[in-house]
Write a new protein. Structure first.
Length: 668
């Protein structure tokens, strides 16, 4: 293309792959986007969702100007106002709230709509601003908190193996992860391993599109993953295949954990998990005699009462087999703990310690909040107990500001809406949580309308309020340099100038990378096995009364939406069709349900509507309906979060999205 400019950037979305992309710009307009062919993990490919990203930036419903609410909360009725008007009103309201109620009456509610270290979930600039005001802190627990906590208790950090090393594996367990939908770039490395003889097993309550492509699928009962891990290790011990040298040199608590394993024979595990005993024994035998074995465990399996424990016990498997010593062996959950940036949110700016509000407890923790500031999040569409959230957002005494790109269900309840830039329009720094690379996002085009980056929004608001703290006015490039200046060996030689020139850089880790071959970053330097009696925590549904609500509902990721991002994209909505609930034939027959019939999926918390899809992709007693739809675009105005209770898991206050009992009833 004559006169075309290629700009290297990075996908900002909540996916482990953290893709590098290349945007082609002509006459100031972005005309093409493709996966970066030079990036070792992206390898030139983007997903079905992000392939429509440029179209999304130009969508008719994009928010381009500041707006003030004119109708009732929830109506989505607004009028356009100027930035000065918006900042004037916000400044006056924030000052009044701080003076009357204290800074903690402000809740900065930040999500994973972008994972950028400047504009997104780390939100350096915003967090400094909130510290000056003394606002409540925000615990971003919605995605991975339980699993990360469990891994850190076992391994010392949650970093785990380099996913590229899956190409070296001989046995691969895809545990609670639908790779081809949620992070499909890993599949190329799995294919490399299969070409060299690797055996691939999917462990998932649903026979997903990924499970269809594996050598074997084990349909595990939701929330019983730790029990299966113990059962597999029981077979390893029966085969006398434990790595005694590794156990002696690099672990602690082995004797007690060994006794725990012995209390989970295959027959007991089969009863708990719903997996036939012969299948447990067969996989356990394969695990016992195959090195290296890699386990890919992602966020879905830790969204229940025992989620942190499940990851802790799963991470113990390569401690027993010695797979942590081998490239191509171990557990891959999130590589985030291998990223050593300096995230200086300036807590010293706080006049005193402040409370922390929990992201997934917005329904119950908003009572004494007077200002809710939402950015990179859509709690009305993404958080538990959706009906209670709407009641809270409708309060007259709650001043709500939403920084957004599109008119989400949360925007409908805002008092002030501020237009946000999208990824091709601002600077940002990224680190994918499924690989070992940093990426720089250079803006390719100017923002449309009056959209501002999040960092610039906070700079302008600080100036409008007359705040004097110098760090509130650091530029994006200054913030990026501060992030990179950690001094950690993995960051040596990685400068902002280099990132801007090259687009992406692998952090200073060897290839292949076996992070725990010589020890673990725990106080003792050893892997810490779960204490006696703490290797399996049942889900909330395990002992619940099922007489009224007998079905366990799980809500997997959609292939067309990423959380609620793209939930308004007309083409992706068309491809996704109407919401469905997968129902096993036996459960459908017991209720007289037919394929395509619309039903209420309901419990004491609420209900949503979906069309029945009778399928043996789920086991009897389990139903599944994908997440990610906007309530306003769903029949009945609700998505599955209407039936999800505000409930913590066992670690990190991780939410229990998959601990749901429901019933299905026909819609007249």
């Amino acid at each position: 293309m004559s006169g075309a400019l290629s700009v290297v950037g990075a996908c900002p979305l909540d996916c482990p792959d953290g893709c590098s992309w290349v945007v082609t710009v002509e006459d100031g307009k972005a005309v093409k986007m493709r996966g970066n062919p030079d990036h070792p993990y992206t390898r030139g490919a983007l997903c079905v969702k992000v392939n429509r990203y440029l179209e999304h930036t130009r969508a008719d419903d994009r928010i381009l100007y500041p707006m003030r609410r004119t109708g009732p909360k929830g109506s989505g009725q607004f009028e356009r106002i100027s930035w000065d008007e918006a900042l004037d009103e916000i400044s006056v309201r924030l000052r009044a709230i701080v003076d009357e109620h204290g800074g903690e009456a402000i809740w900065p509610y930040l999500g994973t709509g972008t994972l950028g270290y400047l504009q997104g979930c780390e939100g350096v600039a915003g967090r400094r601003f909130w510290n000056v005001l003394g606002a409540s802190k925000h615990w971003l627990n919605i995605c991975s908190a339980a699993g990360s906590t469990g891994l850190r208790r076992t391994l010392g950090n949650a970093g785990g193996m380099d996913p590229e090393n899956f190409a070296l594996s001989k046995l691969i367990l895809l545990w609670g992860t639908n790779t081809l939908t949620s992070g499909h770039h890993l599949w190329k490395f799995i294919q490399d391993a299969r070409a060299n003889g690797a055996y691939v097993v999917a462990i998932d309550p649903i026979r997903t599109r990924t499970a269809d492509q594996t050598d074997e699928h084990l349909a595990i009962r939701p929330g019983t993953d730790a029990a299966l891990a113990l059962g597999l290790l029981n077979v390893v011990l029966a085969e006398n295949a434990q790595d005694e040298e590794f156990l002696a040199a690099h672990t602690e608590g082995w004797e007690q954990f060994r006794e725990e394993i012995l209390s989970y024979p295959v027959e007991r595990v089969a009863e708990i998990t719903g997996i036939p005993a012969e299948a447990v024994h067969r996989l356990g035998t394969r695990l016992a005699h195959t090195r290296p074995t890699a386990l890919r465990a992602t966020h879905g399996l830790q969204r229940h009462a025992g989620g942190g424990t499940a990851l802790r016990t799963i991470a113990s498997i390569p401690g027993v087999t010695g797979d942590w010593r081998h490239p191509g062996g171990g557990v891959a959950y999130s590589t985030s703990d291998h990223v050593h940036l300096t995230i200086d949110t300036r807590d010293d700016l706080l006049a005193r310690p402040v409370r922390t509000r929990v992201m997934t407890k917005i329904a119950s923790q908003l009572d004494d909040v007077k200002c809710l500031w939402v950015y990179a999040a859509n709690p009305a569409g993404s958080s538990p107990d959706a009906n209670a959230i709407r009641r809270q957002l409708a309060r007259d005494d709650l001043f709500t500001v939403v920084v957004e790109q599109f008119p989400t269900d949360t925007v409908d309840y805002a008092d002030i809406v501020l237009p946000a830039t999208m990824q091709i329009e601002h600077y940002d720094l990224h680190a994918g949580y499924g690989h070992m690379y940093l990426a720089w996002n250079e803006p390719a085009v100017e923002p449309p309308g009056e959209c501002l980056s999040t960092t610039e929004t906070f700079r302008r608001l600080a100036a409008h309020m007359g705040l004097k703290e110098p760090s509130l006015y650091d530029s994006d490039l200054e913030l990026a340099e501060q992030l990179l200046a950690s001094g950690h060996p993995s960051m040596e030689g990685i400068t902002l100038d280099r990132l801007r020139k090259e687009g992406w850089v692998r952090m200073n880790y060897p290839k292949p990378f076996a992070p725990f071959a010589e020890g673990f970053p725990t106080p003792s330097g050893r892997l810490r096995f779960p204490p006696a009696g703490q290797a399996y925590v049942p889900s909330h549904t395990a002992s619940a009364d099922r007489s009224v609500y007998p079905l366990t509902l799980i809500t997997p990721a959609s292939h067309m939406f990423l959380n609620t991002t793209f939930g308004n994209n007309p083409e992706l909505r068309r491809r996704a069709k109407d919401p469905v609930v997968l129902v096993h034939p036996a459960d459908a027959e017991a209720r007289g349900l037919t394929d395509g019939q619309r039903v209420r999926v309901h419990n004491e918390g609420g209900e949503f509507l979906a069309d029945v899809e009778i399928s043996d992709r789920v086991a009897p007693g389990v139903v599944a309906s994908p997440k990610g739809r906007w309530p306003k675009f769903s029949p009945g105005g609700a998505n599955p979060n209407a039936v999800v209770a505000e409930r913590d898991g066992d670690m990190g206050r991780g939410p229990a999205f998959h601990d749901n009992l429901v019933e299905l009833s026909p819609v007249s």
